[in-house]
Design a protein around this ligand. Structure first.
Ligand code: ASP
Length: 439
């Protein structure tokens, strides 16, 4: 029987009612054998996520403040879930251990990870599934990077011994056994890791929206849901700031070619978004799959006559950035000009060093800096098959009276990226969306 791995986000497990909904979904398909959980999320507007409460608790403990009130609040949420589910288990021993861990400075990651840990214990008891602690099956290297192959070996061997199991998402173990978390939202990655190890036929990611939207709903009114998107398109959109799924969660399933289905826990009948390796489906009518963008970039514009014949020019410029451990995002160039686009936050405090370094290395005719640049990516696998996509993007931008500062099209024709001023960010996305999506 080929397994389905399901991952439920924090809002899907915020209280006992949600646990019941989740259990119903899991039980509706016997193939849903492996379940990954987040920590309880917000139950209502203004509520707190358990993970944030654990972070706060740890900070208080470190600064010597009393954590009793906050810790009791956290404990209360778990106890309430257990009692409303009518379970006979108790997590009191675990809670005591965690409280001591806070005082003994067991680590910020340890504290944050306990939200998922407790939730997985409770859900496994409620479902009658085994509990597998992520610290025994998810591993990091000494430098903090994820140890994908060792994890996959250990995890797949372990899964053979468990017909059905629940895993806490978000964390794993360092070589010395201490707990380390992925970055925020990292339970999505755990789900993907389990899916790969189980050689699952599907990774279902259950959340509070009916799929991936074509644009940010805070910017574009009522954007359409994307029916099918490829891993690579998704990566482009996630990188550019589209949320829903953690951007690193694609890698484990991509290796195994397992599709991801984004589903809505409140509306399980909705199809959601399918994320696949490849698809013969091209939306030749709308052409684009989605739009996403990010603010907060800085452009360093360098010009020098005959730059084009100066061998090693680009390498020398990038070498200066490398010395300060700054990665670049884009590198649009002309014959005698070159711009380096970097995240403003990454270059902050290092700009003078970088400008002086470039001056010394390549002696440019001029060098200038532009802040407050926003990048917008228009992504679509159908672009390769259709003509006039770029023209439509620029028509929309021109009609909205927006000045384009940079243009970049990936060599695979999967995206067009434009750089504009931060202040035009929202208008530009609305203009592009309505240029492509007509009904
Ligand atoms: N609970 C963690 C967070 O809030 C991880 C997750 O939910 O995926 O970031």
């Amino acid at each position: 029987m080929s397994a389905i791995v399901t991952k439920f986000g924090g809002t899907s497990l915020a209280d006992a009612e949600k646990f019941k909904q989740v259990a119903e979904i899991i039980k509706a398909d016997p193939d849903r054998r492996y379940v990954v959980v987040s920590a309880p999320g917000k139950r209502f507007k203004g509520d707190f996520k358990i993970t944030d409460m654990f972070y706060l608790c740890y900070e208080k403990a470190v600064s010597g403040e009393n954590i009793d009130v906050l810790f009791d609040e956290i404990s209360g949420r778990y106890r309430e879930i257990i009692s409303e589910l009518g379970l006979s288990i108790s997590v009191d021993r675990e809670l005591d251990r965690i409280r001591n861990g806070m005082y003994n400075m067991t680590g910020r990651d340890y504290a944050a990870s306990r939200g998922e840990y407790l939730n997985a214990i409770i859900l496994s008891a409620y479902l009658g599934y085994d509990f597998i602690d992520a610290r025994e099956v998810v591993f990091f290297n000494n430098d903090g990077s994820f140890n994908a192959e060792y994890t996959n070996d250990v995890m797949s061997a372990r899964l053979k011994r468990h017909e059905r199991a629940v895993f806490p998402g978000f964390y794993g173990a360092m070589p010395n056994g201490t707990i380390k978390t992925f970055s925020r939202g990292g339970s999505d990655i755990t789900g993907s890791i389990v899916a790969r190890a189980a050689n699952a036929r599907l990774y279902e990611n259950w959340t509070d929206v009916s799929g991936f939207l074509m644009a940010d709903p805070r910017i574009v009114d009522n954007p359409k849901v994307i029916n099918t998107i490829t891993y690579r398109e998704l990566r482009e959109l996630s990188y550019m700031g589209a949320t829903v799924l953690h951007e690193d969660s694609i890698f484990p399933v991509q290796i195994a070619g397992i599709p991801i289905n984004i589903k809505n826990t409140d509306r399980p009948e909705d199809r959601g978004t399918m994320i696949v390796a490849e698809t013969p489906d091209y939306d030749t009518k709308n052409v684009i799959t989605g739009i996403a963008g990010r603010k907060g970039f800085t452009a360093i514009n360098i010009s020098k006559d005959l730059m084009n014949v100066e061998v090693g020019f680009g390498r020398k410029v990038l070498g200066v950035l490398e010395k300060k451990n700054i990665s670049f995002e884009h590198l649009p160039s002309g014959i005698d000009t070159m711009s380096v686009i970097v995240k403003s936050a990454e270059i902050s405090g290092k700009l003078d060093y970088v400008l002086n370094g470039i001056q010394q290395e390549v002696c440019p005719d001029s060098i200038s800096v532009e802040d407050d640049i926003a990048l917008i990516a228009v992504v679509g696998r159908a672009m390769v098959k259709s003509k006039g996509t770029a023209a439509k993007v620029f028509k929309a931008i021109a009609e909205a009276n927006i000045n384009v500062k940079m243009i970049d099209q990936g060599s695979d024709e999967l995206n067009i990226i434009i750089g504009i001023e931060d202040k035009d960010f929202e208008i530009a996305q609305r203009a592009i969306y309505s240029e492509f999506i007509k009904d």
